[in-house]
Design a protein around this ligand. Sequence first.
Ligand SMILES: [Zn+2]
Ligand SMILES: [Zn+2]
Length: 371
Amino acid sequence: MSSSQQARAVVLEAFGAPVRSRELPVAEPGPGAIVATVELAGVCGTDVHLQAGRLPIPLPVVLGHEGVGRIAALGEGVTEDSLGTPLAAGDLVAWGSSISCGDCFYCRDAQEPTLCERRRIYGINRRADEWPHLGGAWAEAIYLHPGSMVVRLGAGTPPEAVIALGCAGPTAVHGLLGVAPVGVGESVVVQGVGPVGLATAMYAQLAGAANVVLIGGPASRLERARALGVGDAYLELDAQSPAERLDAVRELTGGRGGDLVVEATGVPAAVAEGLELCRPGGRYLVLGQYTDHGPTPLNPHLVTRKQLRVLGSWAFSQADYATYLRTVPQLAARFDLPRLLERFTLGDAQAALDAARAGEVGKAVLVPDAG
Ligand SMILES: [Zn+2]
Ligand SMILES: [Zn+2]
């Protein structure tokens, strides 16, 4: 941050156009709020979709819904983090991306805060041309409103590990530990080896799955998963026909198919195949369809005949984010998370977006103080 209390930020001003670097004013934190300097900010597939205009959001917006940073200033009344740990300037913290309203049908009655009708999301629906301007993590500083989930990071929770899975980590927590819990000894099949697929496979392993089969491509992504220690078996998408894949999955799962199959591709056609890959009586979790790519043919007979439970999972709650942070030390002990990182400066944010779109990098992150 410059001394004049301006912060550099990466702003999406128009859909389909390159992101811009802008100087925005740093607001004093009001009661209950926090201003943090950003140390690492994640680039996610959603950011690619936002830039392309595939989601209805207000512009301009400072992008970045994944961030880790340090407390710069605490608003009146803020003495501890969301979990009760004392907070002081200079402390390393991570924050959840969204604040649900607490008052709508979904928050109050249905107890499903991810479905909140008025969810405020950093880096997605916070306007950059309105106070307090710095509403995303792709910036030197971010304004964290009252009600944000802010958690001080202990020594066992390195920021590189937290940001390596970004929103994919808590997304997998919501899906795999909440909506469709994985059982000890189960066979889990994961369609897709992007960030959500990898995080899903990691949590399946952490939760005691006996066998995690990864399906995806290109081969380099499967190789990256193997190098990280994620998954037990790997099926390359382009190397087999769907029928061959089905045979291979059955062979790897005792002849029956997966107890739990998780879709983490974002490709509608994957759902038809996923239903085939479930064992009778199994569960199918559709976790990766974050953008509406339209309808797709599938065979509903499979759902009835195999008595499948087909489930969806949308985003993650603040509680899921806390669970994610609590389990980062376990993930980091088992998987080489920092190995996923590819660092970019704020000025190279567009290059980072392009790399994420091309699937060339494990996890693109922006480092605001790197120039
Ligand atoms: Zn994301
Ligand atoms: Zn709500």
